[in-house]
Design a protein. Structure first.
Length: 73
């Protein structure tokens, strides 16, 4: 995931040598700039968490139920 000052987050498929944008989360109220990703290394397709901070000081959480097979429903 890559955040930008355009107030968006872009999610890329990096499983091959070519990177492709898969999803684009846009029109956010604030600028996302600090990311951290937590997942179970022994079971990577179980629930994972993307934590990001924005320029106003808030922290947001995105929970992915099946991050390997289906990022969004």
């Amino acid at each position: 995931a890559i955040g930008s000052t355009s107030r968006d987050i872009r999610f890329y498929d990096v499983s091959s040598s070519q990177y492709f944008e898969e999803y684009h989360l846009f029109a956010m109220a604030d600028v996302p700039y600090c990311f951290d990703y937590h997942y179970n290394t022994k079971q990577p397709n179980t629930e994972s968490l993307l934590i990001f901070g924005v320029d106003t000081g808030a922290i947001h959480l995105l929970t992915f139920m099946k991050p390997v097979t289906q990022l969004f429903e």
